[in-house]
Ligand binder design. Structure first.
Ligand code: NAD
Length: 709
């Protein structure tokens, strides 16, 4: 056995008999074996070496990392060196005149799977997963994946893999693999036996490009039905339709022409604003965990046991996150009845997951066994982290924190799930403000991926680090923010609701506003959202904020009137809309338009027809403007953090990348000019609410972007 290293691909000769060797090309580019330039160059060189060596009868491409390859090196997307392009490397592989076997020792994604598809044979183990997730970055597999996968996996399977981006277990891909071994640990041995059999049988090269797709397996209805089935989730995205067209090309065109079509569609995707946004978001999510508040040397506290105060809507959901990863939780309520109710609701949630086949009955019991209840603070003396989720009232929270201070062990982290209150005031109720932090979960807390981690004035670095790391463990995306009213997410959303209400006073209907916002890409418009959440929630927040809003007599006046008339939303069948018994479909109600008319008359506001552009700008731009203020104040460390909060916490369309990326895309000058226009056009109201943030003004004047900061 000899071995020499050719950059990122190691070359190994394995003797199988006299004058009969297998050349193994080991890709080795940690951490994910990305197909960076060095790997592509290495593959070509190693391939040439193997092809030139007469003793080599079979070539294997594999990896010694724990995955075969994670795909393209996406850091090369922005101005990287594309030479040699991956499709050219794959053409060399496919056209080689010695059998080439891809041995997938671990997952192969994107370009990684495309490498395997261009090989002549593929071997892996049953549980291994492969996929083409490019669609999640707003693009499509551009190295022959859309042409080769349908030829091997069948058109319907390939279509779903390429358009959904979802990985699939190897055992479900009979057409793709020539050998699927049961146990991963036997893979290498069996792969070598497979190679030996190829030699002894004199097996020929078996090129994917030579396979002809039987058109009867891909009738036009297949594509039509598929388009229909994904219409809702693909709404607004650019890439899914291009993925479908690429697979259609695999059916209708010869292989080479199909590759050309794939290339054209790939370039269309690459040039799209949606791809820019989705790639921005990919990096934004990863960047959220890079914070300056701690470093490698900062210690991490051990979180083995968790306490949660309040077993209501949020407390229950938060508890599930910990039980899901095996961390025991003690839930505390003042009354046994409330505790029983909270635990019963958690059980109901788990049981409904079990009914859908997402959990086994045993898993439900295992998770429930990790959830204990108590009505006594003394049971929290040994928890490492406690999260308070009681009523949103400062005096109640301070009482809770005083009690926690008295019973929790030194070093325990004391967290609050408050959505709006001043964390520093809560921390001041304890003698250990350095251990107090905000952990702002979003509802439903067991589902929503976002966690705003709120650092107080005195929160220590190790508490921040520990909670940011814990978030990963419970499968949340954490974003570190500072203290202010509503933190980042709820502070920004305030302008969104305010403007929707004001537009209605000025003559817009809730259904028109909601449609424009839905078409923009939000999961629902502000009025539907208000009804779903309960109009009373915003009402109570407004009651506690009179000081800040009383100068504007029009402020959310319609929402206030709705609540005062008992129209608190979906839960009572009427709010900004009407709802039929048991239905969630909003029905426009002329009585609401009447309220708006009366209030407008009372306030001297002349109702008018408002353009779609104005509605969209007045709802979205103040959100961006608030984001700029948040950046200036240092409440968020970077604009991409705000984007992560908005996509994961509020359903902002990922194909727009988040509000700040959207602003960068349309140009900050556009946003700034519109803010100035509405400030000047809307009289006193405009003067209050449409003052452009100084940072927005500065960047707009300099022709810069938020992402330049
Ligand atoms: P909830 O009314 O559903 O639950 C609160 C629970 O706390 C109740 O079960 C109540 O019995 C219990 N409780 C009240 N005082 C207590 C005390 N002193 N000791 C122990 N238990 C006590 O409320 P929720 O919606 O779960 O909200 C809880 C917190 O989470 C609030 O601060 C809220 O602002 C925040 N929050 C709520 C949401 C949301 O969408 N509901 C989202 C993010 C954050």
């Amino acid at each position: 056995m000899t071995q020499n290293s050719i950059q990122a691909v190691a070359y190994e000769l394995v003797e199988q008999g006299v004058g009969s060797n297998v050349a193994v090309l080991w890709m080795q580019n940690p951490p994910v074996n990305a197909l960076s330039k060095a790997v592509r160059v290495g593959l070509i060189a190693a391939l040439q070496q193997a092809l030139a060596d007469d003793s080599v009868k079979v070539i294997v491409i594999s990896s010694k990392q724990n995955l075969f390859s994670g795909g393209a090196d996406i850091s090369e997307f922005s101005g990287g060196d594309f030479e040699p392009p991956l499709p050219a490397v794959l053409e060399l592989i496919e056209n080689a005149n010695k059998p080439i076997v891809a041995v997938l020792n671990g997952p192969a994604f994107g370009g990684g799977l495309e490498v395997a598809l261009s090989c002549h044979y593929r071997v892996t183990f049953a549980a291994n997963k492969v996929g083409l997730p490019e669609v999640n970055l707003g693009i499509l597999p551009g190295a022959g994946g859309t042409q080769r996968l349908p030829r091997l996996a069948g058109v319907a399977q390939a279509l779903d893999m390429i358009v959904s981006g979802r990985p699939v277990a190897a055992k479900k891909l009979a057409g793709v693999f020539d050998l699927v071994v049961e146990q991963a640990e036997n893979l290498l041995k069996e792969a070598m036996a497979f190679c030996a059999a190829l030699v002894s049988n004199g097996a020929a090269v078996k090129r994917t490009c030579d396979i002809t797709i039987d058109p009867s397996t891909a009738p036009a209805e297949l594509f039509a039905q598929y388009r229909q089935s994904i219409a809702k989730q693909a709404r607004g995205f650019f890439a899914p339709e291009r993925c479908i067209q690429a697979v259609e090309a695999a059916v209708s065109l010869p292989f080479d022409a199909g590759l050309v079509r794939e290339g054209e569609l790939f370039m269309q995707c690459m040039a799209s604003k949606e791809a820019r946004a989705q790639q921005h978001f990919f990096f934004a999510e990863r960047a959220a965990s890079h914070v300056k508040d701690y470093d490698k040397s900062t210690p991490v506290r051990d979180i083995q046991k968790v306490g949660i105060i309040g077993a209501g809507t949020m407390g229950g959901g938060i508890a599930m996150n910990f039980a899901n990863v095996g961390i025991p939780v003690t839930l505390l309520e003042l009354k046994q009845e409330a505790l029983d109710k909270g635990l019963a609701l958690i059980r109901k949630n788990y049981e409904s997951s079990a009914k859908k086949g997402k959990l086994t009955v045993a898993q439900v019991e295992e998770r429930m066994s990790l959830l204990g209840g108590s009505t006594s603070y003394s049971d929290l003396s040994d928890v490492d982290l406690v999260i308070e989720a009681v009523f949103e009232k400062m005096s109640v929270k301070q009482e809770v924190f005083k009690s926690l201070d008295a019973v929790c062990k030194p070093g325990a982290i004391l967290a609050s799930n408050t959505s709006t209150l001043d964390l520093n005031e809560i921390a001041a109720a304890t003698k250990r403000p350095q251990d107090v932090i905000g952990l702002h979960f979003f509802s439903p807390a067991n589902v929503m991926k976002l966690l705003e981690v709120v650092k107080g004035e005195k929160t220590s670095a190790d508490v921040i680090k520990t909670t940011m790391m814990m978030a990963k463990k419970i499968n949340k995306v954490a974003v570190l923010v500072g203290v202010c009213f509503g933190f980042v997410g709820n502070r920004m959303i305030e302008s969104y609701g305010r403007e929707a209400n004001r537009l209605m006073l000025e003559g817009a209907s809730p259904e028109h506003v909601d449609k424009i916002i839905y078409d923009f890409g939000m999961p629902m418009g502000p009025f539907t959202m208000g009804d779903m959440a309960g109009q009373d929630i915003g009402y109570f927040v407004r009651q506690s904020r009179q000081k800040f809003i009383k100068h504007d007599p029009s402020y959310c006046i319609i929402a206030d009137k709705l609540v005062e008339q008992g129209r608190v939303g979906l839960k009572v069948g009427k709010g900004a809309y009407l709802y039929a018994e048991g239905s969630r479909t909003p029905i426009p109600d002329p009585a609401v338009a009447e309220i708006a008319k009366q209030e407008a008359d009372r306030l001297g506001i002349k109702q008018r027809k408002i353009s779609e552009q104005e509605i969209l700008e007045r709802i979205i731009f103040p959100l961006i403007n608030e984001g700029a203020l948040i950046l200036e104040e240092g409440i968020a460390a970077k604009s991409s953090d705000i984007d992560v909060i908005y996509v994961y916490g509020y359903g902002f369309p990922v194909y727009r990348g988040g509000p700040m990326q959207y602003a960068d895309e349309i140009g900050l000058k556009t946003v700034y000019d519109a803010m100035c226009k509405y400030r000047d056009e809307l009289g006193e109201y405009g003067g209050h609410w449409f003052q452009p943030a100084p940072l927005l003004k500065k960047l707009a004047e300099q022709g810069k972007r938020f992402s330049d900061l």
